[in-house]
Design a binder for this molecule. Structure first.
Ligand code: SF4
Length: 253
C-alpha cells in the first residue's frame, strides 16, 4: 500500500467514525483555552481539567491574570508539570494580551507565538480550534501515530511531521486530523504497547504490516527449527533401537 492510499483510508475511516472529534480540555472561551493549552505541555488533559476550574474562577479574565503574582498562580497549578515556568508564562502571557492585544487572543500563528509560553504547537491549536485555521499542531501523540500509520516518512522533527501532513491531507482536514491522531494515540496507539490487536485501522497501518509480517516470519522460523529438532531426535532414537535390536539378535545366536 502506498502513502497516498494510507492517507485516503485514514481520512475516510476517521471522517466516518469520528466526524466531531475535538479537544478534551475544558474551556468556555479563547482565553481559557489558551491558558489550558499552555498548561497542557508535557502534562495530561485530565490533570489540566482538574486544576483549571479553580484557576479560571480566581482569574476569569486576562486583566485579572495579568495582575496576579506568580506565586499565587503557582499555588493553583502546583500539581501540573513544570509549575514554576508555567506560572511565569501565564502571568507574562496575560500581561501581553492586555498590553499589546487589547485583551483579545490573537488569531494568527505569528502573533500567538509572540506570547510567553506559546510555541508553534500551542499557536496551531489555538488557531485551529478557535479560529478554524487549517493548521495541525504536532504533539507527542500526533508525532508517534502519524509515523506508525505511515502518514509520515523519516520525519525527525515536529515541523517535518507538520509539513508532511499538510502536504498530503485534503485542505479541509488538518484541524480535525489533529484530534483524530491525538485521540487515537491516547486510547489505542499508546506509546508503549499499542493495542494493535483491537485497532480498527490496523489493516492500513504500516507499523502493523511490518511488525506482523516480521512476527509471522519469526514464528515460521521457530516452527521449522522445532520440526527439524524433532526429526533429528526421532532419527537418533531409531538408530539406537536398531542398534539394540542388532545386539540382541547377536547375543541370541
Ligand atoms: S495497528 Fe497498532 S501501531 Fe497501527 S495505528 Fe493501530 S495501534 Fe497504532
Amino acid at each position: 500500500m502506498n502513502k497516498r492510499e494510507r492517507y485516503e483510508h485514514f481520512v475516510e475511516y476517521f471522517s466516518k467514525h469520528q466526524p466531531l472529534a475535538e479537544t478534551e480540555l475544558h474551556y468556555d472561551n479563547p482565553f481559557q483555552l489558551l491558558v489550558a493549552v499552555i498548561l497542557s505541555a508535557q502534562c495530561t488533559d485530565k490533570r489540566i481539567n482538574q486544576v483549571t476550574p479553580a484557576l479560571f474562577e480566581r482569574f476569569p479574565t486576562p486583566e485579572s491574570l495579568a495582575e496576579a503574582s506568580v506565586d499565587e498562580v503557582f499555588s493553583y497549578i502546583r500539581s501540573v508539570s513544570y509549575p514554576n515556568n508555567k506560572a511565569k508564562h501565564l502571568v507574562g502571557m496575560a500581561k501581553m494580551l492586555v498590553d499589546v492585544f487589547k485583551s483579545e487572543v490573537p488569531a494568527t500563528q505569528d502573533k500567538l507565538q509572540k506570547l510567553p509560553g506559546v510555541g508553534r504547537k500551542t499557536a496551531n491549536v489555538i488557531a485551529s480550534v478557535v479560529y478554524e485555521a487549517q493548521a495541525i499542531a504536532v504533539d507527542t501523540h500526533v508525532f508517534r501515530v502519524a509515523n506508525r500509520i505511515g502518514l509520515t516518512t523519516n520525519a525527525k522533527t515536529p515541523l517535518a511531521v507538520e509539513r508532511q501532513l499538510l502536504k498530503y491531507l485534503p485542505p479541509d482536514v488538518p484541524r480535525i486530523a489533529h484530534h483524530w491522531l491525538i485521540l487515537h494515540g491516547r486510547y489505542i496507539c499508546t506509546a508503549r504497547n499499542p493495542k494493535c490487536e483491537i485497532c480498527p485501522i490496523s489493516w492500513f497501518c504500516k507499523y502493523y504490516e511490518r511488525t506482523h509480517t516480521e512476527a509471522a516470519l519469526q514464528k515460521a522460523e521457530v516452527l521449522k527449527n522445532k520440526k527439524a529438532k524433532e526429526q533429528k531426535k526421532k532419527a537418533a532414537l531409531n538408530k539406537i533401537s536398531k542398534e539394540l535390536a542388532k545386539r540382541s539378535a547377536g547375543s541370541n545366536k
